[in-house]
Write a protein that binds this ligand. Sequence first.
Ligand code: GLN
Length: 442
Amino acid sequence: ELAQATLDNIDKTNDTINSFISVNTSIGQEPAFEIAADQPLQGIPLAIKDNILTKDLKTTAASKMLANFRPIYEATVVDRALRAGMVNIGKTNLDEFAMGSSTETSYFGATKNPWNLNKVPGGSSGGSAAAVASGQVIAALGTDTGGSVRQPASFNGVFGIKPTYGRVSRWGVIAFSSSLDQVGILSRHVVDSAQILEAISGYDKHDDTTSTQEVPAFSKIKADVKGLRVAVPEEFMGYGVDPKVKEQVQKAINTLQQQGAVVESVQLPHAQYAVQVYYIIASSEASSNLQRYDGIRYGYRADDVHNLEDVYIKSRSEGFGDEVKRRIMLGSFALSAGYFDAYFNKAAQVRTLIIEDFKKIFADYDLVVGPTAPTTAFDLNSRIDDPVVMYMNDILTIPANLAGLPAASVPVGLADNMPVGLQLIAPPFAEQTIFNAAQVLE
Ligand code: GLN
């Protein structure tokens, strides 16, 4: 009944916000496996970002390339959510192949921010964030390669967490940048994300980068920050952060302090290079991962082709959008023989310096906090033609991906009537610290 009511509501509201690319029309069917009666997530609808494979249900990555692609298997995260009793309610909109920060590069049109329909919902998990913020669902899966769960969570006034790299399986997640990609969760309440993370985490024999670390009972949250050592990187409060955003973030930090946290200012000196490092590494890995869309095995194939090279060139030229092509070109260049050392290798070295910066901080602190994004949601169509301005928006979220750290965004107030998020970054596998601190602020 809840699933049906959810579908009816999506049907009524989706024309306005365009958060779903497709909905699951076979929800009445019996699941293929037994679900234990005492599952807390039983019957709860879950929206799934459309770059996560769902068996027999179209999975498009918001690209013309995969507009009619029906996977033959379920991503591990989806399989685990279903086994916990959740209902796959439908597939949410995203930037094409998760490349973007505004959900405007989707082949299926932009998603609108439910707080103000003239604003972007952020990206690339903008559909998931808008679906939660508008009340269509209580939770959604997203992916976060450079901020794609946290920045939309911030722009939509919801909670969003990217777990530690390796905490959650990437099997069945359409690969963008394999050393950065991680599935995350967006939800109205902190505890719901904790409950879902508990269900989807853990080792998966299909993904060798998953960790065998034990999965704690994340949902047993202790809303307590007494004695917690909190670091605020000076750099995070600079970087063109809007003063009104800063004000809300500072208020939240003060709350943590009043609740007993010890707050101190620190330095994260190499974070200033994060955007450059990220766009070289992510684009390089993307250029390799996206080689598989060649018009032969699956996905779009151009008509009117005369030889093999024609198949490749025309299918890729017609199947990919501009932003995806930009990344493939940038990545191929950075990896090419003459430039590998100057670009990819250099970026990998600076990535290590950023990892070291965090290690130093976490020797003395439990949590790093700051704004999730420098601004609130920006106007639709205002940045889409200026990739560099768009990329700079990710400066505060990217460092956690480069270092593989768990990080979340929790709503802390409004600036000019739009939501502001506080980012919480923890040491590897310390997601519980994030949930506990976020709960204090909810
Ligand atoms: N906005 C970043 C990009 O365009 C991050 C995307 C993501 O996390 N998937 O690459």
